[in-house]
Design a protein around this ligand. Structure first.
Ligand SMILES: [Cu+2]
Length: 500
């Protein structure tokens, strides 16, 4: 039985590796016929190593360096519709976007041809959003990280057919944070996000406004949506050609939809709100000079104290807010945000103007794990397993008719999530739960790193790692939990918890 599974997996992987061979850096490239021959000759362990390299995304194609020739685009802040209520209109639509000079690329966007506007909410707002589907296919509007009742969460049960619209209402009850929105239709999420459907949500509250952090939108408070894409010969996105069942990866980076971006800043503290909006690529952000920065927020709010770091890793859908102090860095050198392999993601141009109004307070929040929470028994166990289109949670694929777990509204529970390796080593799965924010209790029995001691809605889980989280839902309904490698999600690595 075990052998059969391994062989089937290996056969599929071979197809993918040969399909991806033009993606791999030249020194690793192999001629097809040689490779097929070598595959037959190869003993199992060698093949295993090769698969592991691909599957663990250790050897994914490097991103092309940003040349910095285009100033970073900043998403527009969405204006409220006229009237007394807080009402917004968000349309999913098709369009053409000039990503490359002189070429139109067919794209999707919200209220525009590509990506979406930023929605800014205040804690306590009663929000109404008129969602409209102007695409030729069904879609949903999912508010990633928002603590809202399940019937407005925009999971796969809430599809709007082409031409349909729906007004949703909710109250913003959670603290200041950087969230986002994207489609979540069953089996089509990866393609729709890939084509450009993604936008940002900022929540502000009394605390965020009193901390004195950099907060001039687009000037020293910068949203950064990182997405890798693979363009075809005609500079089109062509998802079906680029698609990889194990997570679609590209060689071209777009930040806020900008190709070859550069960010111009003053000599001051600048807050970067990082979102990994990729289908599958992981990023480890660092400064090319080796300088440190501070992380101030996780997915769902501020850390208690700023954490000084030289790098921060985000798997798909995770966010981190960091502050880079450009008044303290040697700006004579070329400065850039890079990935862990050194590829240049975002060059900075530092102007001479210095400002000194913002500060980083020593205490920003009051979130902690209580003794009581740490002592709670594990009441739900989740096992992530597989790769390609053979991904499962607790041995099962998503079934819209099946409720996997139930939980009482307002009751804290401990979930234990385990990433079971396969014969080929396995890969990181970014695990996301809808409708709430949770706290990490432990990773493999150890306290989480300091920069993960904040509210989270998505968490990276490494092969053979066990993570415990404390989680409570404040609203009722059926919520999704799933891998946020979008192709894994579409391939059924998803389950449902019903909150009663
Ligand atoms: Cu996964």
């Amino acid at each position: 039985m075990g052998i059969k599974i391994t062989l089937a997996a290996a056969a599929i992987s071979i197809l993918v590796i040969s399909g991806c061979s033009n993606n791999v850096k030249p020194e690793k490239e192999m001629d097809h016929s040689t490779m097929n021959h070598e595959m037959e000759e190869m003993d199992h362990s060698t093949m295993g190593e090769m698969m592991e390299g691909h599957m663990s995304h250790d050897e994914v194609v490097m991103l092309n360096d940003s040349t910095g020739e285009n100033e970073l685009k900043i998403p527009t802040m969405l204006e409220q519709d006229d009237g007394e209520d807080v009402v917004y209109t968000v349309r999913a639509q098709k369009g053409k976007t000039e990503i490359f000079n002189g070429t139109e690329t067919e794209t999707y966007g919200y209220n525009g041809s590509f990506l979406g506007p930023m929605l800014r909410f205040e804690k306590g707002d009663k929000v109404k959003i008129r969602t409209i589907n102007e695409l030729d296919e069904a879609t949903t509007f999912h508010w990633h990280g928002l603590e809202v009742p399940a019937d407005v969460d925009g999971g796969p049960h809430d599809a709007l057919e082409p031409g349909e619209e729906k007004v949703i209402e909710f109250e913003v009850t959670q603290e200041a944070s950087t969230l986002w929105f994207h489609p979540h239709p069953e089996g089509k999420t990866s393609e729709q996000v890939y084509n450009g459907l993604a936008g940002l949500i900022y929540i502000e509250d009394d605390n965020s406004k009193s901390l004195g952090l950099p907060s001039v939108y687009g000037e020293n408070d910068i949203p950064l949506i990182f997405q890798d894409r693979k363009f075809d010969d005609k500079k089109q996105l062509n998802y079906s050609a680029a698609k990889n069942e194990d997570g679609t990866i590209g060689d071209t980076l777009l930040v806020n939809g900008t190709l070859n971006p550069k960010l111009t800043v003053n000599k001051e503290k600048v807050r970067l709100r990082l979102l990994n909006g990729s289908n599958a690529r992981n990023f480890t952000f660092k400064l090319n000079t080796g300088d440190s920065f501070v992380q101030i927020a996780t997915d769902g709010g501020f850390l208690n104290e700023p954490v000084t770091l030289k790098e921060v890793t985000l798997t798909p859908s995770e966010r981190a807010e960091i502050i880079v102090d450009f008044s303290q860095i040697d700006t004579e050198k070329d400065l850039a945000l890079t990935n862990e392999d050194g590829s240049i993601l975002l060059p900075f141009e530092v102007l001479d103007q210095s400002r000194a109004i913002s500060k980083i307070p020593g205490v920003m929040n009051d979130i902690s794990l209580t003794e009581e929470e740490m002592d709670l028994p594990v009441t739900k166990k989740i096992e992530l397993f597989g790769m390609m289109d053979m991904v499962t949670i607790n041995g099962k694929k998503y079934d819209p008719e099946r409720i996997d777990f139930t939980q009482q509204q307002g009751v804290m529970e401990v979930w234990e999530i385990y990433n079971k390796p396969d014969d080929m080593g396995g890969m990181i799965h970014p695990f996301h739960i809808h409708g709430t924010q949770f706290k990490i209790i432990s990773r493999n029995g150890e306290a989480p790193p300091e920069n993960e001691r904040g509210w989270k809605d998505s968490i990276s889980i490494h092969p053979d790692e066990t993570v415990k989280i404390a989680i409570q839902f404040n609203h009722k309904g059926v919520y999704m939990f799933h891998c946020h490698i979008l192709e894994h999600e579409d391939n059924g690595m998803m389950g449902q918890v019903k909150v009663e």
